[in-house]
Design a protein around this ligand. Structure first.
Ligand code: 5AD
Ligand code: SF4
Length: 452
């Protein structure tokens, strides 16, 4: 046997399936990074794997259902191959804990988001014959902590043009509909030097665009460094070309941040600011800590400083007690702000959250119908917003070839998907373009490098 063959034999094969938000994507990438250092290789199917990890999402009921349905399929695999190890991590794991072991016999390991980096030790416990649950909290009383361990130079996957980067974890807001404070715990900010080291390592590996991640990024504070100060430091990282962040909270969105968008060359002209509802009565019941006038004033302030800023938002329809006039107020906000992108959801009751016990549930057909009307309005707005970009100059960061046809794809600084037909550009290149057409989901762009 060659050395290579014997090395391969020692290697364990891991398959990971990620549900939910960008933070979960980031956590999965970190788990893989950690496991790679422990002689694991990644495989693309649970059939080829010795270890299957599900990184789960609990934000809505549907997301949780998907986890149990996949666990059903995996149980079949494990019957055929009892040595297969199945681990459930993420937000469902944190919330349901040992219940998962009771519900699905095939599961060996349940671990919350605070235990991502203890995988080798937890897997050793499983190998010793146990079914293991780890859902206790880390960093319980700390406001600042290095919650992402350093794995050395192999940060991120080679060839990535874009990457996420966690700056906070957890949330202290307790919006009444949201399960996150219960699944991710109290808010902790990561130390600035630790964040900068990861940003530099990513840039050295060729990453051009970083999205700062956290449940409430703009309340970031570590010692004397607030969110805007952190953005200023990141703006100086050599090789990095673009900075974004998600998600900020309207109550912490201040003039200083709007001004940073006008001043910092790398900070993109794009802000995702969740509004959730256009009705003051509903915002209050959601415990969002601001009224709709405050939200609109902040958007106006931002547009005054950055006229071509692209705006996106999250909206929940059918929160308990939402009447037609409340929903109309949400549509009014959409008409006023004219968002470029809207992530809208039907309210989904989550056990343990205050809203789950509220009276006056909106019937499912009404929720569905409101969501449809909201999307119809947004369709019109998005068509008009995209059409208005025809003839403008933009910058596109090339991400890769289009799956069909001879074209490269990328995004503008406003985060709109763009298509460059017949382009020879490589991933990672920043290309000055003119927008020549607007399709429903993307802009068509022409390389203008040689024009000027
Ligand atoms: N039901 C529906 N949508 C929800 N969100 C959070 N909790 C719920 C829930 N219980 C939405 C919010 C949030 C986004 C990430 O998910 O709009 O901003
Ligand atoms: Fe959930 Fe509100 Fe925290 Fe966002 S700010 S994670 S919606 S509790």
């Amino acid at each position: 046997m060659t050395r290579r063959q014997s090395e391969r034999m020692r290697q364990q094969r891991v398959f990971i399936q990620t549900f939910g938000c960008q933070m979960n994507e980031y956590d999965s990438a970190k788990m893989l990074e950690h496991l790679r250092g422990q002689d694991y290789v990644r495989v693309d199917s649970p059939r080829e794997a010795d270890l299957v990890l599900l990184n789960t999402c609990a934000i809505r009921e549907k997301a949780e259902h998907k986890v149990y349905s996949l666990l059903g399929t995996l149980s079949g695999l494990k019957r055929a191959r009892p040595e297969l190890v199945i681990g459930v991590g993420g937000c469902v794991a944190q919330q349901r804990g040992a219940q998962i072991l009771g519900r699905v016999e095939a599961v060996d390991l349940v671990f919350g988001p605070d235990h991502l980096f203890e995988l080798p030790a937890m897997l050793a416990e499983v190998a010793a014959g146990g079914r293991v649950v780890h859902t206790d909290w880390r960093h319980r009383t700390e406001r600042v902590a290095n919650f992402i361990p350093d794995f050395g130079p192999a940060v991120g996957s080679a060839g990535d043009v874009k990457a996420g980067l966690a700056i906070t974890k957890g949330c202290n807001n307790f919006c009444t509909f949201c399960v996150v404070p219960y699944t991710r715990g109290r808010e902790v900010s990561r130390e600035p030097d630790n964040i900068l080291a990861e940003a530099r390592a990513l840039a050295e590996r060729g990453v051009k665009e970083i999205t700062l991640l956290g449940q409430n990024v703009n309340s970031y504070r570590a010692g004397g460094v607030n969110f805007v100060a952190l953005l200023r430091r990141l703006n100086d990282v050599p090789g990095l070309e673009r900075l974004r962040y998600t998600s900020p909270h309207p109550k912490d969105f201040r003039e200083e941040l709007a001004q940073a968008h006008a001043e910092l060359p790398k900070l993109c002209e794009h802000v995702h600011l969740p509004v959730q509802s256009g009705s003051d009565r509903i915002l209050k019941a959601m415990r969002r800590n601001h009224g709709i006038a405050e939200y609109l004033d902040k958007m106006l302030m931002l547009r005054e400083r950055v006229p071509d800023v692209a705006l996106s938002t999250d909206i929940i329809v059918g929160f308990p007690g939402e009447r037609e006039e409340d929903f109309q107020a949400t549509l009014d906000v959409m008409r006023t702000v004219r968002f470029d992108q809207v992530y809208a959801f039907k309210y989904s009751p989550r056990s343990g959250t205050p809203a789950a016990d509220l009276p006056d549930a909106v019937p499912e057909p009404v929720r569905a119908e409101r969501l449809e009307r909201l999307f119809a309005l947004h369709d019109t707005i998005v068509r008009e917003r995209s059409a208005a970009l025809i003839g403008t100059r933009q910058q596109v960061l090339i991400e890769g070839p289009h799956p069909r046809g001879a074209a490269m794809t990328g995004r503008t600084r406003g985060n709109k998907p763009a298509l460059l037909p017949d382009s020879q550009r490589r991933p990672g290149e920043l290309v000055p373009v003119e927008i020549v057409a607007a399709r429903k989901y993307s802009l068509v762009a022409r390389d203008v490098t040689r024009d000027s």
